[in-house]
Ligand binder design. Structure first.
Ligand code: ZN
Length: 276
C-alpha cells in the first residue's frame, strides 16, 4: 500500500511524504517514514502494533522525518514487540538521539501506563552496501545501491514473498542496479519527476538554481521510469514520489503518457492509501 506519494519534504494538502507498507500475514514492513507515516498507517487500517520492520531508502527528510516518531507512536499505541530498522548511517545515532530527545515521555509512560521499555525493542542495522537485507517466514528482502548524489548510500529494496515480488526504488537517477534488482518483479514502485514542470516548481523557492540541479541529478523522469520497467521486465509499474507533487498542469494523463512511451505493461499513477 502506498502511504505517501508526494516527492519532497514540503508539507502539502495533496499528498503525504514518501512511505509504503507491505503487509504479509498481518506483519507490517514499512518502507520509508516521511512526515505523517504513523497517521497514514492509521488511515490505511494497518494497526501500529503490527509494525515489525522499517526500511529506510536514504537519509533525506521526505523519507525519514517520522522514522523515530513511527516507532515512538507505535509504542504509545501499544506496541510491545521487537522492531528491526534497516538503512544507511547514521540510523543508529538517529535512533539513539530520538530516544534521548523523548526520554521524558518514554519514562513517564513506562511508570504511569505500565508500558514495556522501548529501547530494547528496537534493533538497528546500518547498511552501507546492497545484498540480502533480511529474511523471515513471510519475505526475503534484498537491496541495491541507487544513484542519489550526494546522498550516499541510497538504496532500493526488493521484497520477495510467496505470491508477490515488489520493488521500491527510493529516489534515484536512472539506475542499472535498479534494473537488475527489479528483474522479473511483479510490481515496481518508481519515483518519478516531470522535467518540463521543474522550472515552475523551483520558481516558488528561494534556492531555485541549486534545487533544480539537485532534482535533475537524483530523480528519474516518468519516461525513463517506463524505460527501466520495460528493461527489467516487471509486470506492473507504479508511479510514486511525484516531483512536482502538486502541479495542477501535470495531470494523471501526463504521467501515464510519459511512462507508457517505453513500457508496454500496466501503469498505475500512485495515490496515497492506494493498495496495489
Ligand atoms: Zn525524496
Amino acid at each position: 500500500m502506498l502511504l505517501g506519494t508526494g516527492g519532497g519534504p514540503r508539507p502539502r494538502t495533496a499528498s503525504s511524504a514518501a512511505a509504503q507498507v507491505i503487509v504479509s500475514n498481518e506483519v507490517a514492513y514499512v518502507i520509508d517514514c516521511g512526515d505523517g507515516v504513523a497517521r497514514q498507517l492509521a488511515f490505511a487500517g494497518v494497526p501500529l502494533t503490527t509494525l515489525r520492520h522499517i526500511f529506510i531508502t536514504h537519509q533525506h527528510s521526505d523519507h525519514n522525518a517520522d522514522y523515530g516518531n513511527l516507532i515512538g507512536l507505535a509504542w504509545a499505541a501499544g506496541l510491545r514487540t521487537r522492531v528491526d530498522a534497516w538503512g544507511p548511517p547514521p540510523l543508529a545515532r538517529m535512533t539513539k538521539l530520538f530516544f534521548e530527545m523523548n526520554k521524558y515521555d518514554i519514562d513517564t509512560r513506562i511508570a504511569n501506563e505500565g508500558r514495556v521499555p522501548i529501547v530494547p525493542l528496537v534493533h538497528v542495522h546500518e547498511r552501507r552496501a546492497g545484498g540480502v537485507v533480511m529474511s523471515d517466514d513471510n519475505v526475503t528482502v534484498t537491496s541495491t545501491l541507487v544513484d542519489h548524489p550526494p546522498v550516499v548510500p541510497a538504496f532500493a529494496y526488493r521484497f520477495d514473498a510467496g505470491d508477490r515480488s515488489i520493488v521500491v526504488s527510493g529516489d534515484t537517477a536512472p539506475s542499472q542496479n535498479l534494473v537488475k534488482l527489479a528483474r522479473g518483479a511483479d510490481v515496481l514502485v518508481h519515483s518519478v519527476m516531470y522535467p518540463p514542470a521543474i522550472d515552475r516548481l523551483v520558481a516558488r523557492v528561494p534556492n531555485a538554481a541549486a534545487l533544480k540541479a539537485s532534482i535533475l541529478a537524483h530523480q528519474t523522469s516518468a519516461e525513463d521510469a517506463g524505460r527501466i520497467a520495460q528493461e527489467a521486465g516487471v509486470r506492473t509499474l507504479v508511479l510514486s514520489h511525484f516531483v512536482p507533487p502538486d502541479d495542477p498542469e501535470v495531470t494523471d494523463a501526463v504521467w501515464l503518457e510519459a511512462a507508457r512511451r517505453h513500457f508496454t505493461g500496466p501503469v498505475i499513477v500512485g495515490r496515497d492509501l492506494l493498495e496495489v
